[in-house]
Design a binder for this molecule. Structure first.
Ligand SMILES: Cc1ncc(COP(=O)(O)O)c(C=O)c1O
Length: 434
């Protein structure tokens, strides 16, 4: 390690290396001290600008420090708005619930109760699994290969990745792993396979309390399930008396173009989990949506000190009002998604790679973790923050803010193109033409 890198890694004071736990990870991929951020740009302590194609792992779909959310939050804080209220009724919560009902539930004809869990996605998943087990009186949960649902033990049991699972340090029980769509290639219908196993009294799969699935697997390599496959899974869940749970924590809040990532498929999940971009500006905030007939919790049966973050209620309400009052945001995401597909598609084709994902969560499968890691490291050198995804970290994954302007979007995509060229040493037509 060079002296310069060491200094950057340690920040100005060396405090990170001195007392922060080794568990940190993103700071290893992006060894820089950051101070400010606006829109799709993050600023280093030295003033260097970085384009953000990570967006807090899809927690910053509306960009950093949206001015309207920022203003509403500042106003709320300086006027002594309640910061912490356990799960008591507050004006901030009322404002969010009214906006969610008016702008999200009613227009989609959705009938759900909103359960505010602890503030991370894993909390929302834990609540969903606990409730499904309580409703059905069963313990087994079916989750999928390459699925990622969080790091607490219940959610971790449903997560596929071996490295993450080992960190649990205890047997992770109560989950049957089923193959996600396409896991054995296009010829094998994994939904039919699951159905056959469940139908067969000797299939070895215990009657499930729930089937838990991500419509687009974010951490597991940007595997986008088709509507037809999800519909089959939903039907299997209903047929076998299991709750159908969609984990929309990473793919939701506009990431694929609509507020929920599965809207176009006509699904009717029993439970939906949301977190990440729900607060609008990166504040911790999670939600478990429950069909009213399943809302059988006893008061405080699933508790927690930080359920319902009042500051997040304020910013989330502004996010809903600003971006989801009409379809203009969705249309702009669709346009950007098509552009992303064209540009990534051209790079993928040049190197014989394939495209993964859907909407504004697409990436290139380089088939090799080292290659994808080197490409992301090269991007960082050139001023772009971007990460890998997949079982072998083999996918270069674009997750930029959905509000990014087209010039900056293209600038970031140019950096990706140049990084592929630098690492794979093939001439890029764009660079050659310049
Ligand atoms: C689909 C999905 N579910 C759950 C989680 C866990 O969320 P959190 O990290 O906020 O606990 C994640 C995080 O990446 C996720 O992508």
């Amino acid at each position: 390690m060079t002296t310069t890198t060491t200094q950057i890694k340690q920040g100005k004071t060396g405090i990170f290396d001195r007392i922060e736990s080794q568990v940190r990870s993103y700071s290893r991929s992006f060894p820089k001290l950051f101070g400010k951020a606006k829109g799709a740009t993050i600023y280093g302590h030295d003033g260097r600008e970085y384009i953000d194609f990570l967006a807090g792992c899809s927690s910053l779909n509306y960009g950093h420090n949206d001015p309207d959310m920022q203003a509403a939050l500042i106003d709320y804080v300086t006027s002594d708005g309640i910061a912490h209220g356990l799960d008591m009724f507050t004006e901030a919560k009322e404002g969010f619930l009214l906006a969610y009902e008016r702008l999200i539930l009613r227009p989609r004809n959705m009938d759900y109760k909103l359960m505010f869990t602890g503030p991370t996605g894993a909390n929302a998943v834990e609540a969903a699994l606990k409730l499904a087990r309580k409703v059905t009186g069963r313990t087994n949960v079916i989750a999928f290969t390459n699925g990622f649902h969080g790091m607490t033990l219940g959610a971790l049991a449903a997560t596929g990745n071996a490295g993450k699972r080992e960190g649990g340090g205890t047997p992770l029980n109560g989950v049957h792993r089923a193959p996600f769509e396409g896991y054995f290639g296009p010829e094998v219908d994994t939904a039919d396979m699951l159905e056959q196993m469940l139908d067969d009294p000797s299939g070895g799969v215990d009657a499930p309390a729930a089937i838990l699935v991500e419509p687009v697997q974010g951490e597991g390599g940007l595997n986008a399930a088709s509507g037809a496959w999800l519909k089959k899974i939903e039907k299997i869940a209903k047929k076998h008396g299991a709750l159908f749970i969609l984990d929309d924590i990473q793919a939701g809040c506009g990431r694929t173009g609509t507020f929920f990532s599965f809207e176009e498929f006509g699904l009717d999940p029993d439970i939906i989990t949301q977190a990440k971009s729900l607060s609008g500006m990166g504040l911790p905030f999670a939600l478990t949506l429950i069909k009213p007939e399943h809302d059988i919790w006893k008061p405080a049966e699933h508790n927690g000190t930080f359920r319902g973050n009042n500051h997040a209620f304020v910013t989330a309400r502004v996010a809903l009002e600003k971006f989801w009052s009409d379809d203009s945001f969705s249309k702009s995401i669709a346009k950007k998604s098509a552009h992303l597909e064209t540009r990534l598609g051209a790079i993928a084709e040049r190197y014989g790679f394939s495209l993964r994902g859907r909407g504004m969560m697409q990436g290139i499968d380089t088939q090799d973790g080292d290659t994808a890691g080197d490409i992301c490291a090269k991007c960082f050198e050139k001023g772009l923050i971007i990460e890998t995804s997949g079982g072998h970290d083999e996918v270069v994954k674009v997750l930029c803010p959905l509000t990014i302007d087209m010039d900056l979007f293209d600038k970031g995509l140019d950096i990706i193109e140049d990084a592929f060229e630098a690492i794979l040493a093939k001439d890029s037509p764009r660079v050659a033409a310049e």
